[in-house]
Design a protein around this ligand. Sequence first.
Ligand code: FAD
Length: 517
Amino acid sequence: CTPDRIINLCSNHSFANPTSPQLLNSTNTLSSLETDGLDGYFSFENNQHAAKDFGNIYHFLPSAVLYPKSVPDISTTIRHIFDMGSASELTVAARGHGHSLQGQAQAHQGIVINMESLQGLEMQVHTGEMPYVDVSGGELWINILHETLKHGLAPKSWTDYLHLTVGGTLSNAGISGQAFRHGPQINNVYQLEIVTGKGEVVTCSAKQNADLFYAVLGGLGQFGIITQARISLEPAPKMAKWIRVLYSEFSIFSHDQENLISSENSFDYIEGFVIINRTGLLNNWRTSFSPKDPLQANQFNSDGRTLYCLEMVKYFNPDEAKAMNQSIENLLSQLSYIPSTLFQSEVSYVEFLDRVHVSEKKLQAKGLWEVPHPWLNLLIPKSRISEFAEVVFGNILADTSNGPILIYPVNQSKWNNRTSLVTPDEDVFYLVAFLSSAMPSSTGRDGLGHILTQNKRILDFCATAQLGMKQYLPQYNKQEEWRAHFGSQWEIFVQRKSAYDPLAILAPGQRIFQKAI
Ligand code: FAD
């Protein structure tokens, strides 16, 4: 049962001895819990999958995995550990689809709760003036899309990839090209059902138990386990017009992006990415995009320059195609891209939203999906983005990147600042995502060590230049780093922890708090 690799970068974290009497006592009592009548069950063996995530860098084996069939299965388990107090070393991590990057959904010798087992709760779509869907915290966004479409509805705000769970993305933010208008997914939730770190089941919303509601949204799993969520919906379009244009000047590219997100009458989705002089599947894996006019694309010669691609989508229904085309023509006429680089495609709404899954299948077929992913996601204030681009794209990554680099601005005014998510202190900031893949046995430019060093150079630059950057999907190992990350919100984060998970049982893989034993 030994994990194949453990990287323990956690200097202030001590791990329990696997044979400690406390731990054996704790796991024995879990077995008795099971006999006392859980709807689901515990697995005490062959749990290696729960020590793995998309990052594929950290591997912490749990003592047990709970496959809950009901919310009481989760609350009984947590209450049991809570009642044991410091006599139990067990911690608990909810695991959604396990697409974390650094063991955030793992629990070293603790209990992992397999949230997808809860999926059995029926999704309930409510139509009407403010439509919504009630879903289990372990539901995948792709399933929610298919279910709500049966009613002509869909969520407003997405992630680029839909094979992630509601609980997993709501614990972070859920950011994609719709967030400039609708805010991230955490701003498009009406109500949650939570099991706190004391084992209590609490319903919360902006009006009821509001402190817990906002604490959990973007709360990195620290305050409770999301067992149900009420997600707001809008009428779903049938089609998406998908457009890409290229720029060779960063300043013109970002100016156009910022203009587009400032207008109400704009595209429905706005993102962008950096094209550094590299080709190959690993660098282009998000490209399920196939334009109607590929000849034009081939004719464009980048001469090895770094290029910036603006990606835009307008949703439409087939009977609105004429008006949609006019509106797009008007919007494009205000942009200053390289004229020969207009690439357009029309796809169904589902095809567009599920685009990364197509690429996932391609990479899986080549054995390139399960490699280490040392991803780095940053939020950079608009006032410093040119400086960031100059140093990072012009110097640190001047001639190489190990995967796609996304870059797009969002409007802070559309984001609710009562949640636990921390963002830069400016009206507009950029999401910059370095989505690197490392070749398992490589020590060269494609290797994990090299990419981690590059990530560190980027982080060091942000710190030295005092850019006011905040990490998204943050990765820190020491509490003082977390304190700096949360800044003025740290105190409230700590207060909420002591209110809702006073023994620090939940989400140990975030490495923010340590359970008292
Ligand atoms: P997990 O990895 O299982 O869990 C993440 C954290 O949430 C853990 O701390 C876990 O304990 C906690 N958690 C899980 N379920 C619950 C629950 N029910 N209640 C409370 N806590 C819980 N993010 C974006 O914002 N935008 C994107 O476009 C985007 N694209 C991505 C594309 C890919 C290919 C991948 C791998 C990730 C992407 N992400 C994106 C990041 C993703 O949103 C997060 O990694 C998310 O946490 C993954 O969801 P999950 O269900 O796999 O969560």
